[in-house]
Ligand binder design. Structure first.
Ligand code: NCD
Length: 316
């Protein structure tokens, strides 16, 4: 069961909690195909989206999800220049809290910042990505995409490739796919592989040909140049040659392997543009579609938990 008050990461979820979220998301996928998408699940509630880092799809996805469920949604633009130290963040949290929001969706460049904020407010907090730490709704939407495409979410071999070191998407996926008993292979240059990552129960290699052998899922990651201070990769050309996904490298995977990417993509750097658009292999657009449904499911469940905790039947 998913009994949490906040969604701060995947690490603390149980396999049953994950399955409950995905099952409800499946229901919202169907609902989202209807012409009239409006529901009253969050009617009367206020959702504030606070993005301290740039975002296109995640912010839009949370906004659409909240609106479809009937919430009043507000986007606060938090310019990079306003990012200060912890105290400022807490001040912001207290100010917001005084406006009585019910759901707070937060993206922040510092790992742990969203948790810190959650400790100071009375509403449900959703982590929309904190530094290199976690991006739980991304891992959940990836899981839903895999489950729908492969018919199951266990005993699969999944390769996560590229800039592992800077990726909260990789961390959340390692936790989620590991909990569901999949085999995970991390592939990328040694400079972009966090030391000791094997402790999370994953296999590690810097060779795409070896790493992609017989995998069911190939998950590519963006080269996060904004989190690098130089010297991590030889050149983009060399990077593409060794770690960029193209049809020749993909031929090592299972013939029905799917290709994923959380976006935004650097075409010709981590992935071949034609392959990314190949609807027979790539599920990148499905990932975006699943994102809205997953966020609807998570917000629905968090509000149910908030109501239960107010009624005194839940202490989580
Ligand atoms: C990811 C993120 O912000 O961590 N993007 C996303 O949410 N769609 C991955 C990335 O920025 O590369």
């Amino acid at each position: 069961m998913f009994t949490q008050r906040h969604l701060l990461g995947i690490e603390s979820l149980t396999p049953e909690g994950i399955t409950e979220i995905l099952d409800l998301a499946d229901h919202y996928v169907k609902h989202n195909l209807k012409q009239n998408k409006h529901l009253d699940v969050l009617a009367g509630l206020t959702q504030i989206n606070m993005f301290f880092e740039n975002s296109t799809r995640t912010q839009a996805s949370f906004e659409i999800a909240g609106k479809r469920l009937g919430a009043d949604v507000m986007n606060m633009s938090m310019q990079a220049s306003s990012i200060k130290k912890g105290e400022t963040l807490i001040d912001t949290a207290l100010t917001l809290n005084a406006m009585h929001p019910d759901l707070l969706v937060v993206r922040h460049p510092h790992s742990g910042a969203v948790k810190l904020l959650a400790e100071k407010v009375n509403c449900a907090v959703l982590n929309a990505g904190d530094g290199r730490h976690e991006h739980p709704t991304q891992a959940l939407l990836d899981a839903l995409t895999i489950r729908r495409s492969k018919g199951r979410l266990h005993r699969l071999t999944i390769a996560i490739c590229g800039d592992i070191a800077h990726s909260r998407v990789a961390r959340s996926n390692i936790f989620l796919l590991g909990k569901m008993e999949n085999r995970i292979r991390l592939i990328g240059p040694k400079t972009l592989m966090p030391a000791g990552i094997e402790k999370l129960g994953v296999e590690v290699t810097d060779d795409m040909v070896e790493g992609l052998k017989d995998v069911d899922v190939v998950m590519m990651l963006r080269l996060q140049k904004e989190r690098m201070d130089g010297g991590f990769i030889p050149s983009e050309r060399e990077y593409y040659h060794r770690w960029g996904l193209d049809p020749a490298k993909l031929a090592n995977a299972k013939p029905d392997a799917i290709v994923m990417h959380p976006g935004p993509m650097n075409r010709g750097v981590e992935i071949d543009g034609t392959l990314a658009d190949d609807i027979n292999r790539s599920v990148i657009q499905e990932q975006v579609e699943m994102g809205v449904a997953v966020r609807m499911a998570v917000m629905d469940l968090l509000v149910r938990n908030l109501r239960k905790s107010k009624a005194g039947d839940l202490d989580a």
